[in-house]
Design a protein around this ligand. Sequence first.
Ligand code: AMP
Ligand code: ZN
Ligand code: FE
Ligand code: FE
Length: 311
Amino acid sequence: MSSGGFDLHTHSLRSDGTLPPAAVVEAAAHGGLEGIALTDHDTTAGWDEARGAADVHGIAFIGGLELSTELDSRSVHLLGYWVDPEDAALSEECARLRGERERRARAIVDLLVASGAELDYAAVLAQAGDAPVGRPHIAAAMVAVGLVPDIVTAFDLWLADGGPAWVPKHALHPADGVGLIRDAGGAAVLAHPAISTRDAAVDEGLLDVLTAVGLDGVECDHPGHDEPAAARWRALAVARGLVPTGGSDFHGAAKAVILGERATPARAVAALQERATPPARAARPPGSNPAGGTPAGPHHPTARPERTRSW
Ligand code: AMP
Ligand code: ZN
Ligand code: FE
Ligand code: FE
């Protein structure tokens, strides 16, 4: 594990990671990180446990989530930090996504069964518990019943985007996702934009659109990015005044990455936090700053362009 900095991208049992939130935080502290963000998929349910562990171990905790959005039937992930977990619109979308995940998982199991696999949804639920159901849970269930030797093979043969048992989950346009995070008082970061060569949906054009609606940062450093990809996205981010971040996308035993790799330096975390809008200010209509004072976020336009789902 690397030393210092913040791991801004981690998953626990509250989504598709394999460790409880407190154990993720404990591992981060033992590895010498200054702080950690818990970014479970479409839920903030692990925050209280993680924050308690961070207090015990004396490291900083940032509440986060990884919000699923969709563009051209492709998945685009956004990381949201410092959001108000009680925000009605964000909570509603997360609840809707959790239901959508269940619908999708059942459809994936149906496709696998139609291909001759002996698997039932109960085996998937046994993996997910009450967490939002993710493909890694389906992959783990496939491993458990002996359909594939490991999770990576399950993705390669069946579950990867565009694979024979892939079913997209329906989600908001990424621009609307950025709006949800910003309006909930958070900082919004585009996750792993170069993670897959199939992911042609994430390009400079999308980055411009998201920047115009208040995107705050780009996760340039990620285990799925090689150095040229990381450098390219760093340059694209910096040119737009966005904060480049990094994270391990730790999933415990479900993914071969090391907690703390690709850490974000404290000064970048501070720059990101400065851009997060406290909920009270997020609720204020654009342009309502008293006496023409400073805008809500140091780098944000006071009036954001109207968001639409038709981009
Ligand atoms: P879901 O949220 O259900 O679409 O699943 C997304 C998760 O699946 C990501 O967080 C990754 O951890 C994992 N994943 C996606 N693609 C792959 C892959 N090709 N191999 C292994 N894990 C993957
Ligand atoms: Zn995941
Ligand atoms: Fe992701
Ligand atoms: Fe992730």
